[in-house]
Design a protein around this ligand. Structure first.
Ligand code: SF4
Length: 106
């Protein structure tokens, strides 16, 4: 396993942040608890209340347009989880039951 020295760490951070807009005045600053992804064990009413509050906060945000454009510019796999740009966090499914194997024996 390789370790980054200070210069390597700086270069890595610079690459990560280069694709991130400034989003001045973001209404979510300091309210990450509202915007986090829904936990599998989170009570449905709590998740509904929390994600609704987050999406409502986005609608007052002066950075909403820039935020939405940034999220839309990202490949789906790189989009932040949770509520963002007024779009509520989707409920993720728990592991659930294992799928039945198809009977392929003839
Ligand atoms: S639109 Fe929502 S997620 Fe985006 S910066 Fe504003 S408050 Fe944060």
């Amino acid at each position: 396993m390789s370790r980054l020295d200070a210069d390597g760490t700086f270069q890595l951070l610079a690459r990560v942040l280069a694709d991130t807009p400034r989003l001045d005045g973001a209404a979510c600053a300091g309210r990450g608890d509202l915007f986090d992804p829904i936990e599998p064990d989170e009570a449905p009413d709590d998740a509904e209340y929390r994600t609704t509050a987050a999406a409502r906060l986005c609608r007052t945000c002066p950075a909403l347009v820039d935020c939405a454009q940034w999220v839309d510019s990202l490949p789906a796999a790189r989009r932040p989880a949770g509520t963002i740009a007024g779009r509520r966090a989707p409920r993720t499914r728990g592991p659930g039951r294992p799928k039945k194997k198809e009977n392929t024996a003839a």
